[in-house]
Design a protein around this ligand. Structure first.
Ligand code: ZN
Length: 79
């Protein structure tokens, strides 16, 4: 997607998946400390970029806590 070079502090891989008409994106933290951002294939390019930065904000805010993963948070919150 041409923006990965902005994220030198993080090891992030981005994948495009068809989530149907559910969440725009989810982010997960992997066992090795890297992150995976999954973007909904149904979004336009612009909305994918928005969703990407939204998930990046979760990473930068370290929104990974307790038993609730960020993808579960996305399902219940508008944020
Ligand atoms: Zn979110």
């Amino acid at each position: 997607m041409g923006v990965m070079h902005l994220n030198d502090d993080y090891n992030i891989n981005v994948q495009i998946l068809d989530f149907g008409n559910s969440v725009p994106a989810v982010v997960t933290i992997n066992d090795d400390g890297s992150f995976s951002i999954f973007l909904n294939a149904r979004l336009s390019y612009e909305r994918r970029l928005e969703a990407y930065w939204h998930e990046m904000r979760h990473i930068q805010n370290q929104d990974f806590y307790g038993d609730m993963s960020v993808d579960e948070m996305e399902a219940v919150n508008e944020h």
